[in-house]
Design a protein around this ligand. Structure first.
Ligand code: HEC
Length: 133
């Protein structure tokens, strides 16, 4: 009886640890805390779209559908679906655009070329692409 109880506790601890590791791998808890200071107005979304088409569409597709438009492998992910490998909050998306995705940086950092308020405009635009079902 006692060993059964101990085993259950062990499994519990193991599961909790695994969940922790998985959650960390899938997002950026620090970046998730950053709140979006730019309201998703039509103006903001339009400004984001303009920059997106110039800087991002080559890899992520003109509609954010992800793609094979470039030869990077794996191809740039779909930005219209519900899957966010690097986190789905505004703050995490902001961080990905500003700092890129380590270690390969196939998703390059744009922080040196795009100012923060414009990165937020892009975040607002990308969010507006979400498939509605
Ligand atoms: C050179 C090609 C390329 C360009 C240009 C590019 N990306 Fe990416 N992007 C990628 C790749 C590849 C990944 C996946 C990185 C990984 O998981 O290691 C990615 C990942 C992302 C993610 C994370 C998606 C997720 O599922 O978590 C976001 C958000 C993103 N890009 C937005 C943008 C935006 C906005 C721009 C323009 C400012 C942009 N990207 C420009 C290639 C690109």
């Amino acid at each position: 009886m006692r060993s059964f109880f101990l085993r259950m506790v062990l499994i519990g601890v193991l599961l909790a640890t695994l969940t922790g590791i998985l959650t960390m791998a899938q997002g950026n808890p620090e970046a998730a805390k950053i709140t979006n200071p730019v309201a998703a107005t039509p103006e903001s979304i339009a400004a984001g779209k303009e920059i997106y088409q110039r800087r991002c569409a080559v890899c992520h597709g003109i509609k954010g559908q992800g793609g094979s438009g470039s030869d990077i492998s794996p191809p740039a992910p779909d930005l219209t679906d519900a899957e966010w490998k690097h986190g789905s909050t505004d703050g995490e998306i902001f961080d990905v655009i500003k700092n890129g995705v380590q270690p390969d940086l196939n998703m390059e950092p744009f922080g040196d070329r795009i100012k923060d308020p414009d990165i937020w405009n892009i975040v607002n635009y990308v969010r507006s692409l979400a498939k509605k079902d």
